[in-house]
Design a protein around this ligand. Structure first.
Ligand code: GDP
Ligand code: IMO
Ligand code: MG
Length: 484
């Protein structure tokens, strides 16, 4: 009998000890996370894997403004430290530029890690694939000497942009006239809509003639036919679509894979993964400047549903910001500079769209919008790109607050109509000259450093890296250990 009591006593003691150990572990983890989110000036923990590190760290790299922040350059630069880079949303509306050895490469579907041997580049289920465009992209890279057979994997679950999607995108923009969104006309909105309406065709379906025909017949019956007729367009024949699908499949099958399983296998094997975002926080379908947004979730939070992985798989998040602001397409842009300064930013920064060639609208750095993006993404650090473009200005500005209907606010408004009424309140900074676009912090004059410090302070996020030119070498890793 005494033995039984002892057993119960011992069991209770062990349970208590285990509970205490667990809460100590959770507390320690919480402290570590709090430290990562600290204000600039403190010494944050490293966010990239180091040699011999016991646990690999996965990193999200996302656009934190209205797109075109320089994600392609940064992903290319960091990719050799990862086993896998994966695009998780968007499609060929993206245009990611990578510059090295004097050559410029524009990527639309393919992850920007593609130029590094040994890095597996995946295009996930939440993306859209335009078969003709991706084949042109593949051909272009192969003509340049890259062997993509083992490097590139496209999700069988990714939805396909069909010719009808392109037609619908353009028709809708034309119909909206002066209130058009200014989409890239790459069929993005209609393709995501057909996915939600459940008549979309996925990459893995292309090889199944009957499946493609049935999906399209269903679409025609459920309103697509009527819509096309109203537009004066002929109804496509499902059998013609199936023929095209078979041609695409012949060339794309070799790249088609189960991306979700590949990503989970990498997670199980503790291989580091880089998640490459497209577009930017302010173009997010939910949290951006709706309706002037794209049709996917561009935030770090979008990674998990798009790839089918749990939130704990994403260890850290890096937000890419231009040192000023740009936007392509319509929609409110409070810190936009319509005059000479805007034209100078456009000219110095060569601000013309990578995908459509459209001139980008330019303005000053908007710290209200940027702070919103830091919060939406839970950013651990920011990368500031195109810092060289600001050199030579007599004075530069940061929008530190908005005035809306006579009230000053630093909160990004919840409605686009309120944002359209926002007047920026600027803080002015004396300009600086940069002797060279070299990759050293010493090349940044004191005024430039002050501007950066203020920007980081306003965003409440440390700057981990500074980009001072389009090519790989024109990059400064801040000496705080986060990305070194
Ligand atoms: P992404 O869509 O975010 O990848 O950005 P884009 O490639 O569409 O646009 C960024 C443009 O700026 C590209 O032409 C890049 O080559 C260029 N770029 C990137 N970083 C820098 C930089 O630090 N300075 C300058 N001058 N250009 C840069
Ligand atoms: P990357 O990845 C900048 C914008 C379009 C338009 C809105 C909706 O290169 O940063 P869509 O074709 O997606 O339906 O257009 O979103 N847009 C981008 N702007 N960079 C991009 O991608 C963009 N992708 C879409 O201009 O205003
Ligand atoms: Mg771009």
């Amino acid at each position: 009998m005494v033995g039984v009591y002892w057993q119960i006593y011992l069991f209770r003691q062990i349970s208590l000890l285990r509970a205490a150990a667990r809460s100590t572990f959770l507390l320690a983890r919480k402290c570590r996370i709090a430290r990562l989110g600290d204000l600039p000036g403190s010494a944050p923990a490293p966010i990239l894997p180091r040699t011999g590190e016991p646990r690999t760290l996965n990193l999200a790299v996302v656009g934190a403004q209205w797109g075109d922040e320089g994600k392609g350059k940064i992903v290319d630069l960091l990719a050799p430290r990862f086993a896998v880079t994966v695009r998780y949303q968007g499609g060929p509306n993206a245009g990611h530029t990578v510059v090295f050895d004097g050559r410029t490469h524009a990527l639309h579907h393919i992850p920007s890690g593609i130029f590094h041997e040994g890095v597996r580049c995946l295009v996930g289920p939440g993306t859209l694939i335009d078969p003709d465009r991706i084949l042109a992209e593949i051909d272009g890279l192969q003509a340049g000497g890259l062997d993509l057979a083992h490097r590139l994997g496209l999700s069988a679950r990714a939805h396909v942009i069909l010719p009808v999607h392109l037609l619908l995108d353009s028709a809708s923009e034309d119909d909206l006239g002066s209130s058009a969104i200014g989409t890239t006309r790459r069929g993005i909105g209609p393709a995501y809509a057909s996915k939600a309406e459940r008549w979309g065709v996925r990459l893995g379906d292309l090889g199944h003639r009957k499946c493609v025909e049935e999906r399209f017949e269903r679409a025609l019956r459920c309103g697509l036919g009527e819509r096309l007729r109203a537009m004066g367009e002929a109804e496509p024949d499902p059998s013609d679509i199936a023929d095209r699908a078979a041609e695409w499949w012949q060339r794309l099958e070799v790249y088609t894979t189960d991306v979700v399983s590949e990503v989970h296998d990498a997670l199980d094997a503790q291989q580091p993964i880089l998640f490459e975002g497209a577009q930017g926080a302010l173009l997010d379908i939910e949290h951006g400047t709706y309706p002037f947004v794209t049709s996917s979730s561009t935030l770090v939070g979008g990674i998990c549903p798009s790839l089918g992985i749990p939130p704990k798989a994403v260890d850290h998040a890096l937000g890419i910001f231009k040192a000023y602001a740009t936007r392509v397409g319509a929609g409110p842009f409070p810190s936009e500079e319509m005059g000479q300064a805007g034209a100078a930013l456009r000219e110095n920064g060569k601000e013309f769209g990578t995908t459509t060639g459209r001139p980008r609208r330019c303005g000053w750095f908007d710290a209200v919008a940027a702070r919103h993006a830091v919060r939406l993404n839970g950013l651990d650090a920011m990368v500031v790109t195109k810092f060289d473009v600001l050199a030579g200005f007599e004075a530069v500005r940061i929008a530190v607050a908005y005035e809306i209907d006579g009230e000053r606010t630093t909160t990004f408004p919840a409605t686009t109509t309120a944002l359209a009424r926002a007047r920026p309140i600027f803080e002015d900074f004396p300009g600086w000259e940069m002797a060279s676009a070299g990759a050293s912090l010493d090349d940044i004059p004191a005024n430039g450093r002050k501007y950066l410090d203020r920007l980081s302070e306003l965003c409440r996020c440390p700057v981990a890296m500074l980009s001072v030119g389009p090519s790989r070498e024109e990059t400064i890793f801040m000496p705080d250990g986060m990305l070194t």
